[in-house]
Design a protein around this ligand. Structure first.
Ligand SMILES: Cc1ncc(COP(=O)(O)O)c(C=O)c1O
Length: 422
């Protein structure tokens, strides 16, 4: 068993973001590499939740309107924070529910029922919820997903090729939902190329940015996709099940919301309780019901840290961490059957490193037993996300040391399968 005190690593000593580690609650006795699934709690998120509890305690219903609490406009305030992070005006962003809910909203709002091209494009490695949402949406339109849900296949290396996506745009497709960073391999797509190509073909495009916001700098104002959706509990550290975000390009701000609710109303008249919805001016029209105030509080606090650190600096360190880890795997574990599934080039890599190994499941369990928290995805993928906010280069050393030890103790991992995979 490794000790938890890190050896000092020269790259950590030079790290301009090193001080941020103290702002996070690291699970005791663990080396955490799973921030691409659930980011850790930071002090400012905790503080924001405590303040909100206090407001609830002392202000009760007045919290919706009183002073700094002003829960009625909380979503819009957080949209402005997120807008600074993804470089888009506040009014192009809204928050509510989950990413899945936003997927349904985008489909319901942007799908053109009378278009001669009824199909929707996803990729074969799409996150299951994207596929389920599209399939159910098509069924609700009376269309068979077997005919109208199109998929861009990955290549032999498991990667998506932009040319294949472009070819997919031509086959009776009017709308596409694609990942900016693929959740399995960590591949970062050429967003500008794909977005431009969709626009040329009049295909409406929604990026699922769940694995890029907070990890990869985005400039949505420049990119100009029709829509983007993302969760906030991964790289943004908003907390378990934190409220998801949606970006809607201004060219669609006049469209009626596909799914409508009273918090999508023009705020100045929401309490007139009119029978007909008068939608808010921007993406806010796609908000649905009462904001999730406690969850939004955590997100507000967590985003302060992201803004203070700056996404460019986070990206710079993240690339160095994942590059360092990949090189360690290569140097120390080349013989052990690991294949790096994440593209080599920096501009092709998101925030995590994916390693294929036939015994990835057993390995992941063996690592967890030693205090390391990676992430496993069926059938053979270990995903490792060193966070630029709280992971150290020394942690990467420790992880690879542990792998080497595990393999030295059980080279074929067969013993591990029996004892750990139950
Ligand atoms: C690419 C992607 N889309 C969507 C989701 C999940 O969506 P939701 O926030 O609705 O659970 C995830 C969760 O990991 C994801 O990785």
């Amino acid at each position: 068993m490794l000790t938890m005190s890190s050896h000092s690593h020269p790259l950590d000593q030079l790290d301009p973001l090193a001080a941020y580690r103290d702002q996070f609650y690291l699970p005791p006795g663990k080396f955490y590499f799973d921030g691409n699934s659930l980011g850790l709690l930071c002090r400012s998120a905790e503080q924001a939740v405590l303040e909100t509890l206090q407001d609830w305690k002392t202000l009760a219903i007045e919290g919706w309107t009183a002073g700094p609490a002003d829960w009625f406009h909380l979503t819009e305030r957080i949209s402005a924070q997120l807008g600074r992070i993804v470089q888009a005006p506040a009014e192009t962003i809204t928050l509510t529910g989950s990413t899945t809910l936003h997927l349904h909203q985008v489909l319901a709002t942007l799908y053109r029922r009378n278009d001669s091209r009824p199909a929707i494009l996803i990729d074969s490695s799409a996150f299951p919820t994207d596929r389920y949402a599209v399939a159910s949406f098509l069924r609700n339109q009376g269309l068979d997903p077997a005919d109208h849900l199109r998929e861009v296949a990955t290549d032999d290396a498991g990667l998506l090729q932009e040319n294949d996506i472009q070819a997919g745009f031509t086959q009776g497709v009017q709308l596409a939902i694609l990942p900016s960073v693929v959740f399995t391999t960590g591949q970062l797509l050429d967003l500008a190329k794909v977005t431009a190509s969709a626009a040329e073909r009049d295909v409406r495009l929604c990026w699922d940015c769940s694995h890029s916001v907070g990890a990869v700098p985005l400039n949505l104002s420049e990119l100009q996709p029709d829509a983007a959706i993302w969760c906030t509990y991964k790289y943004l550290n908003g907390g378990p099940g934190s409220v998801a975000a949606l970006y809607l390009h201004p060219r669609w701000h006049e469209l009626p919301p596909g799914l409508a609710g009273w918090f999508g109303a023009d705020k100045s008249r929401q309490f007139r309780m009119e029978p007909e919805l008068v939608p808010a001016a921007g993406a806010g029209r796609l908000q649905l019901g009462t904001p999730h105030v406690l969850s939004l509080a955590a997100l507000r606090g967590a985003l302060e840290v992201i803004e203070a650190a700056g996404v460019d600096r986070l990206r710079e360190k993240s690339l160095r961490l994942t590059g360092y880890l990949r090189d360690l795997f290569r140097e120390r574990l080349a013989e052990a059957g690991f294949v790096c599934a994440t593209p080599e080039a920096d501009e092709r890599r998101g925030g995590h490193l994916s390693i294929r190994h036939p015994q990835a499941r057993s390995l992941s369990l063996a690592l967890r037993a030693r205090g390391f928290v990676p992430d496993f995805r069926e059938p053979d993928l270990l995903r490792i996300a060193p966070s630029p906010l709280y992971s150290r280069f020394a942690d990467c050393d420790h992880l690879v040391d542990a792998m080497v030890q595990i393999l030295a103790e059980s080279p074929d991992l067969s013993g591990l399968s029996e004892t750990l995979v139950t």
